[in-house]
Ligand binder design. Structure first.
Ligand SMILES: [Zn+2]
Length: 432
């Protein structure tokens, strides 16, 4: 019989009457009687899908496709079968499909649904409800809030759209499955489009991200709707993030639609703004006007209230990848601190701390303090305290520009702040 793994939702071929079952995908062991039965009889020739994407209704992370432990090297045709397992149509669909694959490449999709020309998806924005999207794709949403659209494309078998059951007003995520002739093209194109935001296998930025498998045969998006932290609320940007990821993937994976603008990628997906724009920040802005101060310079700045009020900004710079602008959480507070962090691919440390130290030294002279810290780990940190006020501290993975509310220095005058930003901005861009 075939049951559904309670953690990742994968179809598991199990013998009836066994007490425990270990999932070959997520490795979780479950009591078998607790699992939902998909097929009481395992269909002949049934094989587990090589790659499984956890659907939205299970606890496992939908952004991370899982590989079956025993079938990692199985022929790619199995990957095409994976999609039939979703929704329980394991038996007939899989076998029928397997034989159909030998026919002309664009035969009908699952259940005889006509394959869509990728160009037909140009009008899809993902701001659609299930009914609206069905009008564009001809495919209804299934019981798991998913809509799988078979594609007439040599490298991509299907794209699946999914909704959150509490948010049927807008698609939550999507993923592409490759045909038996996957191509690495999509991964190359997406990597180029995402530039410095690209991490190891895709990107992540403040509640959203795109996973692109190493072989480039799976592309899937994810987004967080409910935000946690001190201000529990809905992620105000999730819909825009989904739409931006879709336009990115539609262009990068299917080659359909316009190339997404850098502006849209910056504002919604963390592509990265110029550090030089920080000179436009009103550092005298009161905490109650922090939102306006941060987003007027950086429209994609993400608010986060932890101890202090922070705005997180993605940067496009050879050395720095992210920035936090912080206000102390108290009445009349003005910008207290700016922090710079390494880019996603940098392994959480500066690629060239010595060069950064040299840039700050060129602007402010010898540091007031050098702490060797963990010598062998190379975790040196260096502090400059300009006579006029404020401080700049360069750690191995972080730079803190302290403007005020620092017990060890008087407030940093605006001209010192501008000089600091300019020195750091030029760093890594000019010789010497
Ligand atoms: Zn599992």
């Amino acid at each position: 019989m075939i049951v559904e793994c309670g953690h990742c939702g994968a179809p598991l071929d199990v013998r009836e009457g066994r007490r425990y079952t270990r999932c070959g995908y997520c490795k979780k062991t479950s009591e078998q009687r607790m699992l939902r039965t998909i097929e009481p009889q395992t269909p002949p020739n049934w094989r587990p899908p090589a790659v499984w994407t956890p659907p939205a209704h299970v606890p496992a992370n939908s952004a991370v496709p899982l590989r079956h432990a025993a079938t990692a090297a199985v022929a790619p045709i199995i990957i095409a079968i994976v999609v039939f397992a979703i929704g329980g149509a394991v038996a007939v669909g899989a076998i029928a499909s397997a034989s159909r694959r030998k026919a002309p490449i664009f035969g009908p999709g699952a259940g005889g649904v006509a394959r869509k020309e990728p160009a037909a998806l140009a009008k899809v924005t993902l701001a659609e409800s299930p009914e609206e999207l069905q009008k564009l794709t001809g495919v209804p949403m299934d019981a798991h809030f998913s809509m799988r659209v078979p594609l007439a494309h040599p490298n991509w078998e299907a794209v699946t759209f999914r909704w959150d059951k509490d948010h049927l007003e807008h698609v939550k995520d999507f993923y592409f499955n490759a045909t038996s002739s996957p191509s690495g093209e999509a991964r190359k194109k997406l990597k180029a489009l995402l530039d410095r935001r690209w991490g190891k296998d895709g990107f992540n930025w403040e509640g959203c991200g795109l996973y692109v498998s190493e072989k480039g045969d799976h592309v899937g998006s994810h987004v967080t709707i409910e935000q946690h932290g001190k201000e529990q609320k809905e992620n105000p940007r999730w819909q825009k993030q989904v739409e931006a990821m879709w336009s990115l993937a539609r262009y990068g994976v299917l080659g359909v639609g316009d190339k997404p603008s850098k502006q849209a990628l910056r504002d919604h997906l963390g592509l990265g703004y110029a550090l030089a724009d920080l000179t436009k920040l009103d550092t005298e802005a009161d905490i109650d006007k922090a939102e306006q101060a941060a987003t007027s310079v950086y429209p994609g700045a993400i608010r986060n209230l932890s101890i202090d009020l922070e705005y997180k900004v993605a940067l496009d710079h050879p050395y720095y990848g992210e920035m936090t602008i912080a206000w102390k959480n108290k009445k009349n507070a003005k910008v207290a601190e700016v922090e710079l962090w390494p880019p996603p691919a940098a392994d959480n440390k500066w690629s060239n701390q010595t060069a950064i130290d040299a840039c700050v030294t060129a602007a402010f002279g010898k540091p007031s303090r050098v702490s060797e810290g963990d010598h062998l780990g190379g975790s040196r940190d260096t502090t400059w305290t300009p006579a006029a006020g404020g401080s700049i501290r360069v750690y191995h993975h972080l730079i803190v520009i302290s403007l005020r509310d620092n017990p060890f220095s008087k407030p940093m005058p605006k001209d010192v702040f501008l000089k600091t930003v300019t020195a750091l901005e030029q760093c890594g861009k000019t010789a010497g």
